[in-house]
Design a protein around this ligand. Sequence first.
Ligand code: BGC
Length: 372
Amino acid sequence: MIASFAIFLAMLLPASGSQEPDPHKESFGSTPDGKPVDVYTFTNAHRIEVRVINYGGIITALRVPDRNGKLDDIVLGFDNLAGYLNNKPYFGAIIGRYANRIANGKFSLDGRDYTLAKNNGPNSLHGGSRGFNNVLWRADPFRNRQGRGVILSYLSKDGEEGYPGNLDVKVTYTLSDANELLVDYLATADKATPINLTQHTYFNLGGEGNGDVLAEELRLNADRFTPIDKDLIPTGEIRLVKGTPLDFTQSTRIGARINDPYDQLLFAHGYDHNFVLKAAEGRLQLAARVHEPNRGRVLEVSTTQPGIQFYSANFLDGTLVGKHGHRYKQREAFCLETQHFPDSPNHANFPSTILRPGKTFHSRTVFKFSVQ
Ligand code: BGC
C-alpha cells in the first residue's frame, strides 16, 4: 500500500528540468475504428528520451546525445499514427507471435498441423497479416528504482493468425539512468504454441534521415549464422562466419563488404541474417556493438536470446515518407532484432520456440547508449 502510494507520488513528480510528469501521456490520435492511441514519453537523468505508443508497442522516437551533447532522434518512423497504421517496414514495433519467417506458413506441433496467414510471398512474416505490431496494447506507465517506462499488455486469442492457444504477453520498456533501455518480455499460454518476440527498431546512430549507415562499425558476438535460401528461409545449416562477409567478430564497417558477390548477400540484397550468439540461451550477453564515427554514438545490445537478426534495411526504397518528410532509402538504418532463429518450428536442430502451458517465457534485451 505504502509502496504503491510512493509509486503514485513519484509518477506525479516532474522530471528534472521539465514541467511534465515523467512518464507522461498525450493523445496520438485514434485508430480507424475510433480507439484512442496514446504516446508515452519518458526521459532519464542524461536527457535520453523515449517515446512509445500503445499501438504496436512502437518506439516512435529515441533521442540520444552525441559526443558533443547534441540530441538527435536515432530511430526511423513516422510523424503521426496514419504512418504507423500502414507501417510496412515494421518501424519500431514489437513483433509477435513469431518474429521473422515461418516457411509456407505451416508447422506441426504435437501431431497437429497448423496453417498461418501468409503475408510474405509463400511465407508468414512477423506474426502474419495482423501481428503484434498492428494491435492495441494496454499501457501502464511506471517509475521504479531501475528507471521509468511503460508496461504493455496484450492477449492474443486462441487461433489468432492461425496460432494455437490464448497467449498473454507483457512487454516492459524501462529507461534507466545508466543510459539503458531495457526490454523485458513475459508470456504464458494455455496451449502449446511457438513464440518468438522481438523489437523492430530501425537505428541510424547519425540521426534518422541523415543518410546511410554504411560507415557505422558493427561487432557481433557470433561466429556462426543460419544461411537462408532465395525466399529468406533458413536452410537448416549452421555455418561459420569465418572467411565470409558475415564475419563481424571484429568491428567492421557495415558497408565494407555489403556488395560482395556472396550468395547470402545476393539473396537478401544485403544483410538480413540470423546470427547464432556465443553464450548459452538465458544468460544476458553482449550480442552487438555499433559505433558511429562522426558523432561518436555507441549502441550496445545485450540479450538472453540465442540469436540476433542483423538487417541492413535492404527493402527501404525511398517511397515511404517518414518523420520530417524524410524519404528513407536502402541502408539508411539497421535493425538488431534479438530473437530465436527464424522458422524454428520447422527445424528440429534449432533451439525450441515452443511455450507450453504452465511455463513462463521470459527474455530480456538491453540497448545501452554511450559515446566514444
Ligand atoms: C526481416 C526482413 C524483413 C523486415 C521487414 C526483418 O526482420 O528479416 O527480411 O524485410 O524485417 O521490414
